[in-house]
Write a protein that binds this ligand. Structure first.
Ligand SMILES: CC(C)(COP(=O)(O)OP(=O)(O)OC[C@H]1O[C@@H](n2cnc3c(N)ncnc32)[C@H](O)[C@@H]1OP(=O)(O)O)[C@@H](O)C(=O)NCCC(=O)NCCS
Length: 322
């Protein structure tokens, strides 16, 4: 097969079942290769089908065809991401049979990026499996760089060093401590080399956690002072774009004050999340983080295995002035 013989066409409803089959084929292969991902998505295909159908209706995707056979597809969303027009394809938005992969992605990206630039979308974001070295190298050649990591771990306990520390479950009495730490966390995220602007959670966010027994926040207290927290919840609504099914515990935030870092408090908070997940018979825990967050990278990668990489490319601004 050559670059020219591969055809890129808008995806249509008649392609739905073939596209689902290709996605499931690669998901099965990914499980077989040892990737720590929920097998439930192999049988629970309704979210995948809905996602593909919506993108077909919205005309946000293409297939790659070799002769009569569909050999790959690519679906995307477009939205404002940190104030920039962005096109994003999540893990369920694209794949290709291995034999065709290089040509398929080259041709599809050439085709779609032309359309995105016409619409002034300079920011391109793609999530792919961490073991997909071919795609990683290809996207690197296109100018993409790592932005975010989604990682999973089992609910096996982690070993802890002894420490003079109290871990407790937060309730409404701890709101002021949590709001104080959240503000510090947002300040930390803004610093180099992360430069991430985020907003602190509001009172309703905490009320929702405390009124809902599928979520909790553990606090770390040193000398009677709350110095850090971690938030975990059972996945109420499964989210296939993160590959997180209902048996997944989701860590959605953690922060420890700078002077208390590096003493094992993070490990202790994480171990409480593990115990919380074991009690609820969860199969795995998910976390995501920005790769430019040096502390998070170092900490999470000690305990979790990356499963998804999200990469971003920013096309030169002056192209839209031509
Ligand atoms: C990520 C974070 C929660 C880790 O908490 P922590 O209490 O420092 O973690 P621990 O001390 O349990 O573990 C940190 C590891 O780094 C090592 N370390 C050594 N010096 C360190 C330092 N100055 N800072 C951080 N870690 C250090 C520790 O020894 C430990 O390694 P080990 O498990 O092999 O002993 C903390 O760094 C933090 O609050 N970062 C800012 C907020 C953030 O990034 N949140 C995550 C968002 S996704």
């Amino acid at each position: 097969m050559t670059f020219n013989s591969l055809k890129i066409e808008p995806i249509k409803i008649i392609h739905l079942s073939q596209v689902i089959d290709i996605w499931l084929y690669q998901y099965k292969e990914s499980i077989a290769s040892g990737l720590l991902i929920p097998p439930s998505w192999l049988t629970n295909v309704s979210s995948l089908r809905d996602f593909i159908r919506t993108h077909i209706n919205e005309k946000k995707g293409v297939i790659a065809r070799s002769g009569d056979a569909i050999v790959g597809f690519f679906l995307f969303d477009s939205f404002m991401f940190h104030d920039e027009k962005t096109a994003f394809s999540p893990i369920i938005g694209h794949t290709s049979f291995p034999f065709y992969k290089e040509l398929v992605y080259k041709k599809i990206y050439q085709y779609l990026s032309a359309k995105w630039i016409e619409e002034g979308i300079l920011n391109h974001l793609i999530t792919f499996f961490s073991h997909d070295h071919l795609l990683k190298d290809l996207l690197y050649e296109f100018g993409f760089g790592l932005y975010g990591v989604d990682a999973f771990r089992s609910t096996d306990s982690i070993s802890l060093s002894d420490g003079n520390l109290t871990i407790l479950e937060a309730d409404m009495n701890h709101i002021n401590d949590l709001i104080r730490l959240e503000k510090e966390a947002c300040h930390f995220f803004k610093q180099a080399p992360l430069f991430l602007v985020s907003s602190p959670n509001n009172l309703d966010y905490y009320k929702n956690i405390f009124e809902n027994n599928t979520k909790t926040i553990f606090l770390a207290k040193v000398n009677n002072e709350v110095v850090g927290f971690i938030t975990i919840g059972k996945n109420d609504e499964e989210d296939i774009t993160l590959l997180a099914d209902q048996n997944t515990g989701m860590i959605t935030g953690t922060f420890i004050q700078p002077e208390h870092r590096g003493f094992g408090i993070g490990n202790c908070l994480l171990q409480r999340c593990v115990e919380w997940s074991q009690k609820r018979d969860l199969d795995r825990i998910h976390v995501d983080f920005e790769s430019a967050n040096l502390l998070a990278n170092r900490f999470w990668l000690k305990h979790f295995t990356p499963v998804l990489y999200s990469v971003k490319r920013k096309v030169n601004q002056d192209i839209i002035q031509i």
